[in-house]
Ligand binder design. Sequence first.
Ligand code: 16G
Ligand code: ZN
Length: 514
Amino acid sequence: ILHPKPAGLVLQYGTAGFRTNAKQLDHIMFRMGLLATLRSRKTKATIGVMVTASHNPEEDNGVKLIDPMGEMLTATWEDFATQLANTEQKELLAALKDIINKEAINMKLEAEVFEDDNVGVFAASNCFCCCCSVLSDYGLVTTPQLHYMVCCQNSHGQYGEATVEGYCSKLSQAFLALSKNASNRTDDQKHLFVDGANGIGAPKLREVESHLKKQLQISIFNDGSRGKLNHQCGADFVKVQQKPPTGVEISPGDRCCSFDGDADRIVYYYTDSRGFFHLLDGDKIATLISTFLKELLVQAGLDLKIAVVQTAYANGSSTRYLEDTMKVIVRCTKTGVKHLHHAAQEFDIGVYFEANGHGTVLFSKTAEEKVQLLAKSTNINDERKRAALLLQNTVNVINQTVGDAISDMLLIEAILAIKGMTVQQWDAIYSDLPNRQLKVTVSDRRVIETTDAERRAVSPAGLQEAIDGLVKKYKQARSFVRPSGTEDVVRVYAEADSQESADALAHEVSLAVH
Ligand code: 16G
Ligand code: ZN
């Protein structure tokens, strides 16, 4: 039998598709190839299949499907994916037929699947050849590039050209137009240090950089030539460890950022003259971007509703700053990009970021049309015109299909340049509350159930009361627990007025989980 399923192995299509040791994924790859062809026939559109370890170690791997407009696979089909993955070999055909019937799929239609495999150590491509025609094999691209190209393909070029070159030129043209609005910058100010997490982001960033006409000068570290994927480097390492990645030589004040392995996350950081490390995570990024957009909306005289979408992990200071000082709407959703993406779609402009650095901005159709119209109009004053053009180019530099480290980086760099802002000034917009994340291993993490966007536990009985009691002991404190969607652990988050308090609270809460 080709691609047999290890007996008894049960996997779940989770927040980021299937994810496990690469050795256990062969049958999953095969079955997801099959499911992709069904999804393609159902939607009469091109579907993406992404194979990546993302921010995880090299030997871990994952596969997920990308829906027609570049979004994550829709929920009912996540269930089909789980069913198909766990069906024993001899029932596979019946399981496929079941999906075909339930969704009334016309098997006479042709299927079109874009496939990408961005992890060198594990090639899944051959699995697909036997089950569907892979029309266009992009070879190695970043996760967000694949989302982008699926969207381009299905919107018939309206979103851009469905090639890597098309992606590079759309984003870089928008970046160059934005950076024309920056006053004279020194070479130092144009210099950015990038940690590529030894993943696909580094070579893809080089391709983009060649279009940037030296308006951004990039030094890339951890480009995959020496180190291991996500090992002691990358956005997840930097965020969780709260320290710089290894393999990067930086001096105090240098502006740096880290991608994760498949380049859908980004965090910024610098060290100060006393050697202290300063992290600018997804919350700081959301604040910078939403402030910039809000100012432009005022200057352009456009009445569009802007909101920021966060998760329970968002630093309390960021939420307070956004609500109280910036006066923007803030929403909180469950962890996982699809939840944030969905919530952001409810506004004219929805800025969404997870604290871990995954995020983007969504513009409603109305918002885009209003911006386009204003940018074209001739009878408005210079200030409005300038703001409208800046908004137009901001829309173009953003990859709206999913969080994209390269696109986010270009937008952030453009904003800092236009505002003449240093990374220190950006950092000073608000001060993060000290925080700590821990993971706890329990016999069954599913006994923990949460509500209120994962901020409160409803079971087991008594847990939330215990957490409330502990939180009361500290100042400006907050804590929550949630079962991980990607690992067999319970995650604990705590923040408080000092690092000692945050550490102590996280520790006490993890004891309460046992
Ligand atoms: C996945 C999610 C990410 C989330 C993380 C949480 C996507 C594409 N990725 O990596 O957004 O932050 O899971 O992991 O949705 P956890 O459930 O183990 O804490
Ligand atoms: Zn990733």
